[in-house]
Ligand binder design. Structure first.
Ligand SMILES: NC(=O)c1ccc[n+]([C@@H]2O[C@H](COP(=O)([O-])OP(=O)(O)OC[C@H]3O[C@@H](n4cnc5c(N)ncnc54)[C@H](OP(=O)(O)O)[C@@H]3O)[C@@H](O)[C@H]2O)c1
Length: 250
């Protein structure tokens, strides 16, 4: 069953959003960032064992691939890479052809965020036919100085990852849109830096529970007065799942 609820005035909102998206990157001098995550009905993005999430349906997988296919780059935290071992790339030939038709490379750039640079070079990720970038600190960059694996290493001269600097450098190299595929730690860091623009959250009909199970936004948390507010752009129901699309009100 497909059931789309279009909030009042959505067409108006979407037309503003589309025109904003076109010029967003050039106005802000950084890529438009969109979080794409599947979560349980109780708001967990993995189980308490941090296993690679498999609770989304084929519709959710298709939605995820679509968002990846639309982006110039995909960004994720090192724990997400360690859990899955591979990057989410575009597989469907029509989507690859559409990218090429639009003047884009077949695959978006895959950007790993790590402060330490501690990533196992034997991960299957390093054999995938994809462009790989590392967003890290000088210490993390040093680890990969003599080790092949990344096509580009971005690091500011700071102990912590400078996300503003990283996104500005990516923008300068032609990245206008980024799909942020989690996990909660990197989403929280980007939100704290006011660097998230949109979210696609799929609510899946399963309860995972567990106070330590990862959620879409980890980090220290926001007090209500400082919490980012969202505008609901669309809600789509496909069988038992809800596909929510939000915009962050900056
Ligand atoms: N359901 C879904 O759609 C979905 C999607 C993605 C992930 N997941 C699940 O989410 C879990 C992982 O999420 P997570 O929140 O634990 O980890 P995460 O956000 O994937 O990665 C966190 C790691 O990123 C690095 N990092 C780089 N810059 C950072 C910064 N500014 N702030 C914080 N960390 C930074 C740190 O690792 P270093 O030590 O390397 O510096 C940190 O430990 C896994 O279980 C995964 O399967 C679910």
């Amino acid at each position: 069953m497909v059931n789309e609820t279009v909030p009042k005035g959505l067409n108006f909102i979407l037309s503003i959003q589309n025109s904003e998206s076109k010029s967003f990157a050039s106005i802000h001098q950084r890529p438009l960032t969109t979080v794409v995550l599947a979560m349980s009905a109780d708001g967990k993005i993995s189980d308490v064992g941090q296993s690679n999430p498999h609770f989304g349906s084929k519709h959710d997988y298709d939605h995820l691939e679509q968002q990846v296919a639309l982006a110039d780059a995909v960004l994720f935290g090192s724990t997400t890479l360690k859990t899955g071992g591979t990057a989410m790339r575009v597989i469907t030939p029509e989507r690859i052809a559409e990218r090429v038709k639009n003047g884009k490379p077949e695959q978006p750039i895959q950007i790993v965020c790590t402060r330490t640079g501690e990533i196992d070079p034997s991960l299957k990720f390093f054999q995938q036919p994809i462009p790989r970038y590392l967003l890290t600190t000088p210490a993390g960059a040093k680890r990969w100085q003599t080790q092949a694996g990344f096509d580009c290493v971005i690091s500011a001269q700071t102990d912590q990852i400078d996300l503003h600097y990283g996104l500005t450098e990516l923008y300068k190299s032609g990245v206008k849109s980024i799909a942020v595929l989690g996990g909660g730690e990197i989403v929280a860091a980007l939100l704290e830096a006011d660097l998230i623009d949109e979210l696609h959250l799929t609510v899946c009909p399963i309860l995972l529970g567990g106070k330590d199970a990862p959620t879409p936004v980890a980090g220290a948390g926001f007090l209500q007065g400082q919490a980012p507010h969202l505008e609901l752009l669309s809600v789509k129901q496909v069988e038992g799942e809800l596909f929510l699309h939000y915009r962050v009100l900056h």
